[in-house]
Each structure stands twice: as C-alpha cells, then as structure tokens.
Design a protein around this ligand. Structure first.
Ligand SMILES: Nc1ncnc2c1ncn2[C@@H]1O[C@H](COP(=O)(O)OP(=O)(O)O)[C@@H](O)[C@H]1O
Ligand SMILES: [Mg+2]
Length: 438
C-alpha cells in the first residue's frame, strides 16, 4: 500500500476530551473518527487492526469447537418479551419502531435470538453439544460512553452460546471457552486474568471475567500475582477434559470488586502475591443453565425419549474494546507498539528521498520482496521530510521500519528498526529481509 494513495488522517494533537492514552493514540494515528457519543467510524488503519483481532478470535473459537453464524443487529421486541428481559433491560436498550408500528430493538446481546434459532431446528440430544457464535455490532445506550472504543455505545462483540443436555456437559463447554479465551488473548500479546465475576443482567451462577491489568481500567480487581504470569495452555490440550487446566487457575484468588472477599483473599494468598490493581474487562463468560430454555421452551428429546430443557452458557469478547486494551498495554511516548499478531501492516518501508530515481527503485524492490514473503507493507512514498516520516511510523506502531535513503544506498545498506525495542541495524537489503521474515 502506497501511503500517497492511502487514507491515513493522522493528527498532531489529540482532542482534549480524549482522556486515556489509547483513545488519544487511536485518534492521532487516524484509526477512528467519532460520529456521535460512543459511535465511531473505523478508518482504514483502525479497520485493519479490528479485522486482525476478529480473525484471531474466530480461529480460537473454531479451534474450541464453536461454529460461526451471523445474526442480525435488529431483533423483535416480542422475542425479548418471552424471556421477560424486554422490560427488565431498561434505558440501555435502543428501542425502534418500524413503519408498521412493530417494535424492534438494536441487539445489546443475543441470548433470546439464538435460543429461538436453536428451538426452531434442534430436537434431539444427538445434536448436542452445540456452540454457535457470531461477531456482530451491538448497541447499548451506555449512560457514560467514554474512553473511545473502550466503552462505546455501538461496539463489536464476539458472542458464543453453548447448548448441552445437562449441567456436567455444559460445564465442559464452559471450560472449552475458558481455555479458548486464555489462548485468544495470549495471541494478542495480552495477559488476561480470569476472575470470578458477577453475572449481572445475563443471569446465572457461574461466571468469569477476563481482565487485562491497566491503570486506566474501569474495574478494581484483586488477584494472586502468580495468575498474571501463568502462560496460556496453548492448542495442544485435551479439549474434552480441561478441568485440571481450569482448576489450576480458579484455585488461585482472583475477583472483581463486586465479588471481592477481603478475608478470603488474605487466607488464600500470601501477602507478597496479593495484587490490587485496575483492570479492563475484555471477555466475560457465563453458565446460566436453563434460564432462557425454560421460558422460551428450548427442549430436546433425551436418550430416554423425554423432552428436557437445554443447559446454556454465553461467552462474550469485546472485539473493538480490545484495540484500546492492547494499546493501553503496549505503547510509549512516541506512539503505539502493535504486537506482530494484530499489527495493521507488518513493515513500513520509508523512502527518504522520494524524488530520487535510484532510491525509489530500491524501495520498490524492497516492497516487492517483502510482499513475496507474504508481508503486508505500507510504503511511505510521500515527499514529507524524514523527521515527519519517522514520527508517523512510530505513532502508528508498525513492528518493522525499513528505511532507504541515498547515503545508505551508496554504501549498499538499508536501515531496519524494530519498533518495540528501538533497535536499529544498518545491513544489506537481503539481511534486513531475513530479519523481517523471522
Ligand atoms: N460499551 C461497551 N463498549 C465496548 N465493549 C463492551 C461494552 N460493553 C461490553 N463490552 C465488551 O463485551 C464483553 C461482553 O459484554 P458483557 O459482559 O455482556 O457486558 P458488561 O460487562 O458491560 O455487562 C465485555 O467483556 C466487554 O469486553
Ligand atoms: Mg461483563
């Protein structure tokens, strides 16, 4: 992608109402534009990162056995009357009336709709277990939308819903999502800690929030330091029996403010390991049994031929919020530092003299060779001065910067910089390519 043909409206300074660093950097890096309180347009650079995060979430859901579908954003109010939540949800729900005076709503979540889809097609225990997910925009008319995409009104969520014949099987589904979440966040370079959580309006009796520790987080959290450093389980696990992996983690104290028990924290955790911090909720999983299947009559025939209500769970990831969380965890004074796995481009090639034929030819050769290696390349072919180009490259956080100018070219070298460490190498192009290939 040539920067001269791209759309990257960077800002020198963030608007003063952007309070936290991730919001400031997303605006300065030309990733988003606010259209209304808590409602954002995703500009090209922001969309690239959003898509990469979405893809990691999708891959890890599928690895854990979940199946993707796509439900609409608009839902019928009558469906929510069946569960009793239409009246219970309150002013956070955006209610809409169509030209036929039919009541609709912009979905804040999808338990009712997925239960309706399920009961329309699934009739036997033989189709279970089943876990269906989608990645779709949600709307919640938050009282205080703030911090950019972190607490939006319109935001992208991955939500999965599991269906099982009984509680024991449903707990296995819960464990699969628990482990999938640990792997998902680790792939994005995040340390997300599972913490016992309140079930809120979703309801139910078993719930964990996945929390990224950050000073700007909205939740107060309490946990065992060892849990933060524990590596993710990885892919090679026995997906049918994850209880030991889950137990190892939930045996350590970790709770959000609403669930915190100071006495238990002290007995369960030695003082040196007691961590009190702020955190960002990036995922939330719930087991709620038959809370929806009973009122909505989602039943299947069991092995004995008798109909029983299915046991359900739901599992959310804040896909758009994750951009903010990753930036909070990974930035410096010059800008964003994207982890390789979610970066909008892998490499930026910086042309130090855009009116010099030999330099342009060398840059184009570098771009072509990087693309042949399967890398996404942003080519800064503009005629801006070098200082401005370096500042932009640092701001937008591309993991590798490959700089080519007349002086280096005469010596047969290019300059390669790793954004995360600041480490710079002056080496022949082929050596730089080998480094980037990894
Ligand atoms: N207003 C919001 N803006 C961005 N992401 C959100 C918002 N509300 C929830 N999320 C994300 O969606 C995930 C699932 O939402 P859920 O737990 O149902 O919401 P909440 O915790 O706000 O009641 C959360 O863990 C969070 O990452
Ligand atoms: Mg939650």
């Amino acid at each position: 992608m040539r920067l001269s043909r791209y759309f990257l409206p960077t800002l020198k300074e963030a608007p003063s109402d952007a309070q936290i660093v991730s919001h400031q950097l997303m605006l300065r890096a030309g990733m988003i534009k606010q259209e209304a309180a808590g409602i954002y347009a995703w500009l090209p650079l922001g969309l690239r990162v959003l898509n990469r995060i979405e893809q990691i979430v999708r891959e890890e859901q599928e690895r854990a056995g979940a199946v993707e579908l796509l439900m609409p954003t608009l839902q019928l109010a009558d469906l929510w009357r069946e569960s009793g939540r239409y009246d219970a949800y309150g002013p956070e729900m955006l209610r809409i009336t169509d030209r036929h005076e039919r009541e609709l709503l912009y979905g804040p979540t999808n338990e009712e709709m997925i239960t309706d889809i399920f009961r329309g097609f699934v009739k036997s225990y033989k189709s279970l277990p089943l876990n269906l997910f989608h990645i779709q925009w949600k709307f919640r008319d938050e009282r205080r939308p703030r911090f950019g995409v972190m607490r939006g009104r319109e935001f992208l969520m991955k939500d999965a819903y599991s269906f099982d014949i009984d509680e024991a099987s449903a707990r296995k589904a819960y464990n699969r999502m628990f482990v999938a979440y640990l792997n998902t966040f680790a792939r994005m370079g995040l340390k997300a800690v599972p913490m016992r959580a309140d079930t809120g309006p979703i309801g139910g009796d078993l719930s964990h929030e996945f929390i990224v520790l950050a000073d700007t987080g909205e939740s107060q959290v309490f946990c065992d330091r060892k849990l933060v450093e524990m590596p993710a389980p990885g892919r090679d696990v026995d997906w049918d029996d994850l209880q030991a992996i889950v137990d190892e983690r939930i045996s350590m104290y970790a709770a959000t403010e609403e669930m915190h028990d100071a006495g238990q924290f002290e007995t369960q955790t030695v003082e040196a390991d007691r961590l009190t911090a702020r955190g960002i909720e990036v995922g939330h999983i719930f087991y709620f049994g038959t809370k929806y299947s009973v009122p909505m009559k989602a039943r299947v025939a069991g092995p004995d031929g008798k109909d029983t209500e299915v046991h359900m769970g739901s599992y959310g990831v804040g896909v758009s919020r994750l951009l903010g969380a990753i930036i909070e965890a990974s930035h410096d004074d010059s800008g964003i530092i994207w982890p390789d796995s979610v970066a909008p481009f892998d490499v930026v090639v910086i042309n130090l003299r855009a009116n010099d034929e030999a330099v342009c030819a060398a840059c184009e050769e570098a771009v072509a060779k990087l693309e042949a290696l399967g890398k996404d390349v942003l080519y800064d072919d503009t005629d801006e001065r070098p200082g401005g180009k370096f500042a932009t490259a640092d701001l937008i956080g591309i993991p590798w910067q490959l700089t080519i100018g007349p002086k280096g070219l005469a010596d047969g070298v290019v300059e390669l910089k790793r954004r995360a460490t600041g480490e710079k190498l002056s080496v022949p192009l082929d050596e730089a390519l080998a480094k980037v290939r990894g």
